[in-house]
Design a protein around this ligand. Structure first.
Ligand SMILES: Cc1cc2nc3c(=O)[nH]c(=O)nc-3n(C[C@H](O)[C@H](O)[C@H](O)COP(=O)(O)O)c2cc1C
Length: 370
């Protein structure tokens, strides 16, 4: 086997990435109340087009899936039109971009949602704590409505509709957000899935929603244009370790590996720069097993990587691609900075989710710095 470099090109479904640095999906809350992105988002992503692949912010597939204020959508024609200048600008700048489809499920509040929508989840299990609303500040999460059979079918169809819209909007593919405690993971995780029908209970039943959504979107736009993000052992939006964690994710990977997806993306919440204790041995062991099950299919990992650890991970064959989140917020030209050993700028967390250009499009590239 030849040794790979972080700066080598790699094939990902129908496209070739010039390097293996991926911009991780990050919600930036710069859309309007109708879920439409604007000029600032065009600039933001075009500035970052040298990433091997950009994954967009989490995009709601439907009104029911839009739990946060000012996040974008991909359910209406107007939203599709709004994304077109973004994908064009990224392509014109030589880049590639996938849309992350994020149905928030129970991680939601009525004040953040559009008229006529409802908060749904596999079971009526309320998330502890509060979330931000633009209208009235921090508010408690409500009890979600448990989906009935027709509701599960509708949620699946919403992912498919959004996937088709993503392609119509010019995205190179989609990433299904199966991580961080949102709807797909709410089905995987026994704490939020208390169902005893075919969607809950056994491992086989809990993975069914993820498997069916992946199959259906793959059938609609091509498996090689669909990636899946998961966060086993992750602690986000009320999830945590459970006895069948390994079994659940291994069964999921086994079910999906034969499809020939664009990639499997494993998010890691344990890194020190994300407030975690550092590498978690159980997750490290599971990542290796998932990579094995995934075979030749592209594998993407991310969370608290730095240049050296990313170079090492690709060189040692732990992964094909490495995702960077916050470093891409603060360094639009991250690839060049890594390649040339330039200093990195630090991100300002106070502007991660605030409207406007500040902290979004005003981080300079190295060449522009005084
Ligand atoms: C501001 C911000 C928003 C994020 N939004 C999302 C999101 O919409 N979807 C997602 O899968 N992960 C999201 N994440 C997690 C990142 O994709 C990534 O996993 C995390 O930042 C860890 O990588 P890093 O250490 O390189 O920053 C977000 C992270 C940040 C900092």
């Amino acid at each position: 086997m030849t040794t790979k470099s972080l700066f080598d090109s790699v094939r990902l479904g129908r496209i070739t990435l010039p390097n293996r640095l991926v911009m991780n999906p990050m919600t930036r809350s710069r859309s309007d109340t109708e879920g439409r992105v604007g000029e600032l988002t065009v600039t933001y992503f075009a500035q970052r087009a040298t990433a091997g692949l950009i994954i967009s912010d989490g995009i709601a597939p439907s009104p029911n899936g839009k739990g946060y204020p000012r996040i974008p959508g991909l359910w209406s024609d107007a939203q599709v039109e709004a994304w077109k200048p973004v994908t064009k600008a990224v392509h014109d700048a030589g880049g590639r971009i996938f849309a992350q489809i994020m149905h928030t499920g129970r991680v939601s509040h009525p004040a953040n949602m559009v008229a006529g929508s409802k908060i749904v989840a596999p079971s009526a299990v309320q998330l502890d704590g509060q979330m931000w609303t633009d209208e009235s500040g921090m508010q408690a999460y409500p009890v979600p409505e448990a989906l009935d059979d027709a509701g599960v079918e509708q949620a699946k169809n919403e992912f498919v509709h959004a996937a088709k819209n993503a392609i119509a909007a010019g995205f190179d593919g989609i990433e299904l957000h199966g991580a961080n405690g949102y709807l797909i993971e709410q089905f995987l995780y026994p704490g939020t899935n208390r169902r005893s029908d075919r969607w809950g209970g056994s491992v086989e039943n809990r993975i069914r929603f993820a498997v069916e959504v992946t199959r259906a979107t793959a059938a609609a736009i091509g498996a090689d244009r669909v990636g899946l993000r998961i966060s086993p052992y992750g602690k986000a939006n009320g999830t945590s370790e459970y006895p069948e964690t390994d079994e659940t994710y291994m069964a999921l990977a086994k079910a999906l590996a034969p499809l020939g997806l664009a990639y499997l993306h494993v998010a890691d919440h344990f890194g020190a720069t994300n407030g975690g204790p550092g590498a978690y041995p159980k997750l490290e062991a599971l990542k290796a097993k998932l990579r094995d099950i995934w075979g030749e299919g592209p594998f993407l990992i991310g969370g608290s990587f730095e240049k050296d650890s990313a170079v090492r991970a690709v060189k040692e064959g732990t992964t094909d691609l490495v995702g960077f989140g916050k470093a891409f917020i603060a360094n639009p030209d991250l690839v060049r900075r890594f390649r040339e050993g330039l200093e990195l700028s630090a991100p300002d967390a106070t502007t991660f989710f605030t409207p406007g250009a500040k902290g979004y499009t005003d981080y300079p590239s190295a060449a522009q710095e005084p």
